[in-house]
Design a protein around this ligand. Structure first.
Ligand code: SF4
Length: 327
């Protein structure tokens, strides 16, 4: 059974109306950040969520841990729909599902000591005595590589490097012993030299704590190292899902093909054959008709602007939403 099952989830954000819009009684508009997507994550799996900025990846991640409430749809976690949970029940589920924010600097309170930043979740959940919480926090500091823990406990965020702050973020995520972690661009803000260390930490924690990850990243080269499967998002929709090797070696959706061809290849002798997607991602307020990718698609044909392609199973765990594969 899947640990997380997302069923036809949508998240629409209302666009703030100006005075003129109100005077002219213009209809309310919505940013369709996530527009009806479904996927599953097996226990122990790392599912990568990839796509350009503005594709809806981060909103999807926030929905999965119920940092925000969906407009529609179900989020089944361990057999229970958490989409509509509130209050105590939601707080209790939050012990088992965690989120790491992209920018460790802005996600840490500059006036809060590192030990308190990590251990505060225990206090908020009413877990243990002060001494027990301190002990558990020190254990977590060691576990995320901030050792010796006592020397890090009282430091403030500005006294840490970018990589150390990212370790604090992971410490804060694991302190409640979660089962499922959504990690949003975990290495986007750290130096290239320590990227590998943070990814190793993430995978070590997965092994030690039996974690399941949703790994959000626009960097497909990085995702390849850590993910089991990849889902590609475009303008609020999932357009392709497949095992990592299959999607990197033989992407099918023209958008996925374009993204893969944009991955830098260190060997200058290797020539790229496919073009990266042309132009900018359109506005999610008024997405293009039919296939949302059609204004940028090199394979567009008559049917594409008129009919929205469904995400179809092509076998072997591959799903694609493109009329080229409607057979
Ligand atoms: Fe391109 Fe048409 Fe496929 Fe959309 S449905 S990706 S426009 S070929």
């Amino acid at each position: 059974m899947a640990l997380v099952e997302v069923r036809n989830i949508k998240k629409y954000f209302p666009v703030t109306k100006g005075i003129i819009d109100a005077l002219l009684a213009r209809e309310e508009e919505f940013v369709r950040a996530v527009d009806g997507i479904s996927f599953e994550i097996e226990k122990g799996e790392v599912l990568g969520l990839a796509g350009e900025s503005g594709s809806g990846k981060t909103t999807t991640g926030r929905l999965c841990v119920r940092l925000i409430r969906p407009t529609e749809g179900e989020i089944i976690y361990n057999g229970k729909d958490i989409a509509k949970l509130k209050g105590k029940e939601l707080r209790s589920i939050r012990r088992r599902i965690q989120f790491t924010f992209q920018d460790p600097t802005s996600s840490l309170n500059p006036r809060l000591k590192i030990g308190d930043a990590i251990g505060d979740a225990l206090r908020l959940q009413g877990i243990g005595s002060t001494e027990e919480r301190k002990e558990r926090t020190e254990d977590v500091l060691e576990r995320v590589g901030l050792s010796p823990a006592k020397s890090f406990y009282n430091r403030l965020p500005h006294q840490l490097s970018g990589g150390q702050k990212q370790r604090v973020v992971f410490g804060r995520a694991i302190i409640l012993n979660p089962e499922f972690v959504v990690t949003d661009e975990p290495v986007a803000m750290v130096d290239v030299s320590i990227k590998a260390q943070i990814l190793d930490l993430m995978m070590d924690l997965k092994k030690e704590l039996d974690l399941t990850y949703l790994f959000i990243s626009h960097d497909l080269a990085t995702s390849r190292h850590v993910c089991d499967r990849i889902a590609i998002m475009y303008l609020g929709k999932i357009v392709e899902v497949a095992d990592k090797d299959r999607i990197y070696e033989d992407p099918l959706h023209p958008y996925a093909v374009g993204l893969m061809s944009a991955i830098p290849i260190p060997d200058p002798k290797v020539k790229k054959t496919e073009a990266v997607p042309r132009g900018e991602i359109p506005s999610p307020i008024n997405p293009p008709s039919g296939c949302r990718f059609h204004p940028r698609c090199p394979k567009v044909f008559e049917r594409c602007p008129n009919e929205e392609p469904e995400l179809r199973n092509l076998g072997n765990g591959r799903q694609v939403a493109c009329h080229l594969y409607d057979y």
